[in-house]
Design a protein around this ligand. Sequence first.
Ligand code: ZN
Length: 340
Amino acid sequence: MPMVSMRQLLDEAAKGGYGVGAFNVNNMEQIQAIMEAARETKSPVVIQASRGARAYSNDRFLYHLMLAATEVYPEIPVALHLDHGNSVETCKSAIEMGFTSVMMDGSLMPDGKTPSTFDYNVKATREVVEMAHAKGVTVEGEIGVLGGIEDGHGAGVDALSHVTDPEQAEEFVKQTGLDALAIAIGTSHGAYKFTRKPTGEVLKMDRLIEIHNRLKTTHLVMHGSSSVPQDLQDIINKYGGKLRPTFGVPVEEIQLGIKNGVRKVNVDTDNRLAMTGAIRKVLMETPEKFDPRDYLKPAREAMKKVVALRMTQFGQAGHAGDYQPIPISEMAKKYAAGKL
Ligand SMILES: [Zn+2]
């Protein structure tokens, strides 16, 4: 099946009451790990590339790897999403490349660092919505500022300093007409999210529920939602790594989010940890090896395991065959007719 719009995946997830993992990729092995996990668990899935990933891989390579994925895994509905587009131009280039979904992160200025104003965010997001919907492409926006820095993108602010204001979120959705809304509830990008298992003091699930109650039909997105499991940290440190003790977002909190309107869950760090741990293990245990396949194969397998587990935990497992893909040209007609 062709790549589908993220909007269709999330609409179906809302109907089924589950969440869809959105996993970041930079290369072939990561795409294969996700698609294998999707096949094993029969899951629809979002594959996303940040600006950093597009630059690292040259996004023509990524795009064609994704086409290969749709040929090899024809039973899996998959959307290709731009993670944290920093400007209207960046989103435009992704749409032209063939991405079926884009994030316009207007919570920050185009430098990807400086928190913006509400008016700037509305204007930039609105512009992307008009451009994207004309082609049937999905748009995710963000209100509030996440903590940490991801691929050079992020204000690096304290995760609690710009938590999303529910009233502003409601106004933002109304004024932009977006498809999915990323909110800031105390999570941050990267491995170092929390110094202990998070409580309601630092992870504002109450705020998420408040936003959902105002925006019942808006698909919410949780960024920075790796759980940073202890066992994956341990493997890295056992084989010569030096991770400091850290805590991520517990899976049960994500599941609470999914019960309250969260339809897209962004996971990157857990997969990075899994791959790096597997590579370290091979290199430490068998230092005579030098064929990249000897460590990339276990790395791909380790990532696949994490992704398959998350797919089961988020509830998307078993739903790949629920629906027929709607071509994005049809989605464009639906937007034009005001049906979405
Ligand atoms: Zn993010």
